[in-house]
Design a protein around this ligand. Structure first.
Ligand code: B12
Ligand code: SF4
Length: 477
């Protein structure tokens, strides 16, 4: 069977003028995971439109498309094209799960929720000549997961080819997050067996890893065993975690011993009232400053994530957030405009109150205002969002942030990391066009390694020295 798997891109990522580096960070791990279930004699390709053009002149038997909200329009366009040509078209992923009826109009088969249970079921049905129109995931386990088909990924096109996930979902329930809707109908947080996760890590070449798990620290027992198993592998890695997990005694130390050097932390807001509104219980009454100090003391750089536009935010929130982040010595920040994804509680609340402005999914990209804010105008919110980026990444701000570090080496590392992410965008653009992303960055791995409080154990168990791919944690999104 000829199988074509596609990750369509949103318009910005395919711009002929300028391609932000964030779209060349991570390969399509979801599709590579699903490819693991195909037969060895299936002819399969994975095409990621964020980094390559899609040739639509072919005639595959089966087309598999992963749909995010921001790429839904493009995904449907490709689906219609291949259906007209007689291929069996499957659509799955977050947006299909949120709006199955919308997606079904463009597909032969749709998939709701994670694919590990439904996808092999569908493949068996297809081979038996009776594929269904819709599959809903209910069994949630990562046991027996076949190896991710990384051989189908062109590593040289990505800054971080070694992205990995060893769990799914998250134990928390924040109102604005995709997670409750996506995992409805089954468990919403589960992990691989520790040995399987370690084996997957061991298979990855080079030194650097990026865990894309929503909350790698979410199950403390699993995380402890994983970090203990990773000790001595000589890895340098980045991940996402919560303030709560950082403050938990012992866990961060183990992560650092295993090679953690930069953490994406969802602070979300400096406005405490917003946390209750969004059911971000795990952040309430947590000392953000203490969490940052603890990370920095352990040589871990912080990528702070902030959301603007919650109901208690007024027009002063941008300056306050930026000043706070600089003063805390946060190395990189990711700002978002609050975006109600269909299927979330936030979306329901906004829809009920008549506050949604439109359903143009292209603009649900966390850079546009798609609802009526409560204490400022939509214009103020959008302008403030862009201003926050500009102000945080000014040279003056980078140097002020760097100056909070106690040592010269620490200051240099901060400046190199923050500037590398945002100050050299035109250079990244050139590197992407020259298809040299994968080779460009041993320098950044050096930056990550620069903060070690102590040296981790020696070499790389499986490493072959290739694919050393340091990253900037500047974007999880
Ligand atoms: C890595 C990442 C990115 C990367 C790369 C994406 C990629 N290569 O896949 C980059 C940096 C490009 C990115 C960009 C953006 N992202 Co992003 N990203 C993620 C992140 C952190 C991890 C994705 C991942 O690899 N997961 C692990 C794999 C194994 O899971 P998976 O991809 O979901 O695939 C599984 C299932 O979805 C399902 N499945 C998927 N497709 C199909 C198809 C079929 C047929 C079947 C059967 C099953 C199936 O089966 C797979 C195996 O279980 C997620 C958070 C998350 N936890 O998902 C956010 C997330 C997906 N991003 C999000 C957003 C908003 C964005 C941006 C708009 C942000 C921005 N402001 O620019 C952009 C635009 C994305 C776009 N192109 O349209 C949102 C999506 C919201 C939504 N409802 O669509 C998420 C959920 C973050 C969040 N919490 O809000 N992102
Ligand atoms: S902690 Fe993060 S991943 Fe978990 S529910 Fe909240 S926003 Fe989503």
């Amino acid at each position: 069977m000829r199988v074509k798997m596609i990750l369509p891109a949103l318009t910005e990522a395919t711009s002929p003028l300028f391609r932000p580096i964030k779209y060349a960070l991570f390969p399509p791990l979801g599709l590579a995971t699903l490819a693991g279930y195909l037969d060895p004699d299936d002819e399969v390709t994975i095409v990621d439109e964020h980094v390559q053009k899609i040739d639509t002149s072919d005639e595959p038997d089966l087309v598999v498309i992963q749909v995010y909200i921001t790429s839904a329009r493009r995904a449907y366009e490709l689906a219609d094209l291949y259906r007209a040509r007689g291929a069996h078209v499957c659509l799955g992923g977050l947006h299909v799960t949120s709006l199955p009826q919308e997606a079904a109009r463009h597909a032969d088969t749709i998939f709701c929720g994670p694919g590990e249970d439904t996808w092999p079921r569908f493949l068996a049905d297809l081979r038996a000549g009776r594929p269904a129109r819709r599959y809903d995931s209910t069994e949630r386990t990562l046991a027996g997961l076949p190896p991710v088909r990384r051989d189908l990924i062109d590593r040289s096109r990505y800054l971080v080819p070694n992205s990995i996930v060893v769990s799914r979902g998250c134990p928390h329930v924040c109102d604005f997050c995709y997670k409750e809707a996506f995992f409805a109908g089954g468990k919403s947080f589960y992990t691989q067996a520790v040995d399987a996760a370690l084996a997957e890590i061991d298979r990855l070449p080079g030194r650097h890893l990026y865990f894309l798990d929503d909350h790698l620290f979410g199950n403390a027992r699993f995380a402890t065993a994983l970090f203990e198993g990773m000790r001595g592998m000589g890895r340098l890695w980045q991940a996402a975690g919560t303030v709560q997990a950082v403050l938990r005694p012992g866990l961060l130390e183990k992560a650092v011993e295993a090679g953690l050097r930069s953490l994406f932390v969802g602070f979300e807001t400096v406005n405490a009232a917003n946390l209750a509104e969004q059911r971000k219980w795990q952040n309430i009454d947590r000392d953000y400053g203490a969490a940052i100090r603890r990370l920095h003391e352990h040589g871990v750089m912080v990528n702070g994530s902030f959301v603007f536009g919650m109901d208690h935010d007024d027009a002063s929130v941008f300056d306050r957030t930026v000043e706070w982040a600089i003063g805390q010595g946060i190395e990189t920040a990711t700002f978002h405009i609050l975006t109600p994804y269909p299927g979330t509680r936030l979306y329901e609340r906004m829809a009920k109150a008549g506050r949604l402005l439109h359903s143009d999914w292209d603009l649900y990209d966390t850079r546009h205002v798609v609802f009526e804010p409560s204490r400022m105008t939509a214009r103020q919110l959008e302008d403030g969002y862009w201003r926050a980026y500009r102000d945080f990444y000014r040279w003056g701000s980078i140097l002020r942030g760097a100056a909070t570090k106690p040592t010269v080496a620490g200051r240099l590392r901060h400046a190199a990391y923050a500037a590398g992410w945002k100050k050299f965008e035109p250079l990244w653009d050139l590197v992407i066009r020259a298809k040299q992303v994968g080779r460009a960055l041993p320098f950044l791995e050096t930056v990550l390694a620069g903060g070690l409080p102590s040296r981790p154990g020696g070499g790389n168990r499986s490493g072959d020295g290739r694919g050393v791919t340091p990253s900037l944690s500047g974007s999880r999104l």
